[in-house]
Design a protein around this ligand. Structure first.
Ligand code: WTA
Length: 645
């Protein structure tokens, strides 16, 4: 009997896709058995100034820990994304920009983008930026964001993009950690009709840390104060600047960018990606997973402040000479048809978004979708969190009218690009499963003790060998890199995710097994939210856990113990939420705050989060063993006064 939940590869895909079932199996074997030959061949998709002969040089073992790919190759990322396309597709569109307001949009050809990147690169040089220097980019989703990233890559500077939704404090922490010389920002951003005061946030951040220069792109033309000697308006600085700028030759292992991401402990870590391995992985996976064809319009709705925006708005598509769409706005502004209107307006063929957006739109019913044509769509994708089968089916049936395969892509900031995903011409789909690993990706499931689980099983997801797009270090803290990812299961990379493998060898990611939560596809450390809460005068202690949320996937549930003598109130609750928004940014605002006279702790003082998670999930019948608690009565109180989540 056939599995009712299996969506076989449509026959037209089986015939014309880049990767068929047989091709996929052959590539998996080749990558496994002859990695040097396989990756050396694949890496020819990039333009190398000096092609690599050293291909893979990796050890995950503590004694000899190192990860290097293409290590004697030389290339430049901007060259690969721009210059090499000029002759063949200089007049084709590189970036379609769709603004927050439907009346605002624009296009840049590869030639125009090249000239603009050269100008910004020359301006940065003029500000004293040189190879290896760090540049923080704090911009809205406008072409200048891609221009700034590529301008850095062109001159060998390392960029650190900070999401425009982060607060001045978060921005300051990230500027300080990597020691940026320059910040590139805009006067303001626009999202859903609201203004985001980017330059004002930079000014506030720079009260805590300092940089040499702030380069300001004008977007809304809002009035902004200028700090003499520090602030430079890009519109003025670029006048008379040469629109050609040579590409700095970079070693494959030279850093390309740092991107901060949350872990289970401490401050966000600066994930470092390199020039050769990362660019290769972004480009290769963009073509393979999305079956990209020259001339097609590719739209990834992620913000460039996240890794998805790095790999699939900018680097992957541009390295492949694609037309990439950058959208500044939000899915429900001016109304819930917006995504699909944009698809029709620009005739988007491949559309890639997050399950949280789909769940929010699904709630509005089919009407806003059906009001549009969507006939240009041929492939759909999701990323960032598990997609529930109901949302998957809605995406497939209503948005894609049953015609478009869905690629549910699993990956992480650390992995540089997609690692587990269906290939539309090779993989039969199961709603809710990211299906199978790409060629060269060696997965295992292990139990808590590290015992390898065979066949159909559930456990922790580890990766036993390297792939070119793997992160190389945590900026400034190589030990933390090793400890975070390679110490739990020696010789293996630990993803932090739980996972089930079914009898067909399909992988089903079940979510994080550490203290990281995934709120609307945004990754957050519960420790970061706790630190923000305890900064408030009235808070003695705080513990934060995730709980299931219909739209966001997970919501933020905070248990707060107030200082002696402070009375809980509705006003105080609002105050604390506002405080976290201010400290980290709106994405970290707790959905629920429960006043906790005490937190469940072991006798050694460790908070038992397992219990807090159960209470937040309203699964209070299954609290498990509470006998090791210092004061079991605390739990009864928390259950009795559970906030109506
Ligand atoms: C989760 C985003 C299920 C996972 C690219 C991972 C997913 C974390 C999927 C990384 C998916 C990402 N199915 N879960 N298709 N994609 N995740 O670093 O928990 O922001 O560890 O990278 O998101 O989030 P990050």
């Amino acid at each position: 009997m056939s599995d009712p939940e299996l969506y076989p590869v449509p026959s037209e895909w089986a015939q014309r896709a880049r990767m068929t079932k047989a091709g996929y199996e052959a590539a998996r074997v080749a990558a496994h058995e002859r990695p040097d030959a396989f990756w050396s061949e694949q890496a020819r998709r990039l333009d190398w100034f000096s092609p690599p002969t050293d291909i893979k040089d990796v050890s995950f073992d503590k004694a000899d820990f190192h990860i290097r790919w293409f290590a004697n190759g030389e290339l430049n990322v901007a060259w690969n994304c721009l210059d090499r396309h000029l002759e063949t597709r200089g007049d084709e569109t590189a970036i379609i920009w769709e603004g927050d307001e439907p009346t605002q949009s624009g296009k840049l050809t590869y030639r125009e983008l090249h000239a603009e990147v050269c100008r910004m690169a020359n301006v940065l040089k003029g500000l004293g930026v040189a190879k290896g220097d760090r540049v923080t980019i704090y911009l809205p989703m406008i072409p200048a964001a891609a221009v700034a990233m590529l301008a850095c890559a062109r001159i060998g500077a390392i960029h650190s993009v900070v999401f425009g939704g982060f607060s001045p404090d978060s921005l300051a922490g990230r500027i300080e950690d990597c020691g940026s010389k320059v910040v590139i920002t805009a006067d303001e951003g626009l999202r859903g009709g609201k203004r985001v005061p980017l330059k004002a946030n930079v000014d506030a951040a720079l009260e805590k840390v300092s940089v040499d220069k702030v380069l300001i792109v004008s977007h809304t033309n809002a009035h902004i104060p200028i700090v003499e000697g520090r602030d430079v308006r890009y519109g003025e600085a670029k006048h008379g600047v040469d629109d050609d700028c040579p590409c700095e030759p970079m070693n494959a292992e030279d850093p390309l960018f740092i991107l901060y991401t949350s872990g289970s402990t401490g401050k966000p870590k600066g994930v470092l990606h390199t020039t050769g391995g990362y660019l290769f992985w972004a480009a290769w996976t963009h073509e393979l997973v999305f079956d990209y064809r020259p001339g097609e319009v590719f739209w990834c709705t992620a913000d460039v402040g996240w890794v998805t925006g790095h790999s699939y708005c900018v680097y992957g598509p541009l390295a492949n000479g694609a037309t990439t769409l950058m959208f500044e706005g939000v899915p429900n502004y001016p109304d819930s048809s917006r995504f699909w209107q944009v698809v029709d307006k620009h005739r988007v063929e491949i559309f890639y978004t997050a399950p949280t957006a789909l769940r929010a739109l699904m709630r509005e019913g089919d009407g806003p979708v059906k009001a549009t044509s969507r006939e240009s769509l041929r492939l759909l994708g999701t990323v960032g969190e598990p997609i529930n089968p109901e949302a998957w089916r809605w995406y497939h049936e209503v948005v894609g009218e049953g015609r478009c395969p869905i690629v549910d892509t699993w990956w992480q900031t650390e992995t540089g690009g997609v690692l587990v995903s269906p290939l539309p011409g090779a993989t039969d789909l199961k709603p809710g499963s990211a299906t199978k690993p790409l060629p060269g990706v060696e997965l295992e499931l292990v139990d808590a003790d590290g015992t390898v689980l065979e066949g159909a099983a559930s456990g922790n997801l580890v990766i036993t060998d390297s792939w070119p797009g793997q992160m190389r270090t945590v900026w400034g803290d190589h030990q933390r890199f090793f400890d975070t990812y390679f110490s739990a299961y020696p010789g293996k990379y630990f993803t932090g995710d739980g996972c089930r493998r079914d009898e067909d060898g399909y992988y089903w990611i079940t979510g994080r097994v550490d203290d990281v939560i995934n709120v609307s596809g945004h990754r957050m450390g519960t420790a970061e939210v706790e630190s923000a809460l305890v900064l408030h005068d009235v808070v003695a202690e705080a513990a934060v856990v995730g709980f299931p949320h219909d739209i966001k996937g997970q919501g933020i549930y905070a248990y707060v113990t107030l200082n002696v003598g402070i009375e809980p109130s509705e006003e105080l609750r609002r105050d604390l939420v506002a405080h976290v928004r201010k400290e980290i940014g709106p994405i970290a605002a707790p959905d629920v705050i429960q006043w906790a006279p005490g937190l469940p702790k072991t006798r050694s003082g460790k908070i038992m989060r397992r219990i807090l998670r159960k209470i937040a999930e309203n699964d209070v019948g299954a609290l498990g063993d509470t006998s090791t608690l210092a004061d079991p009565a605390v739990v009864d109180d928390l259950v009795r006064n559970r906030a109506g989540a």
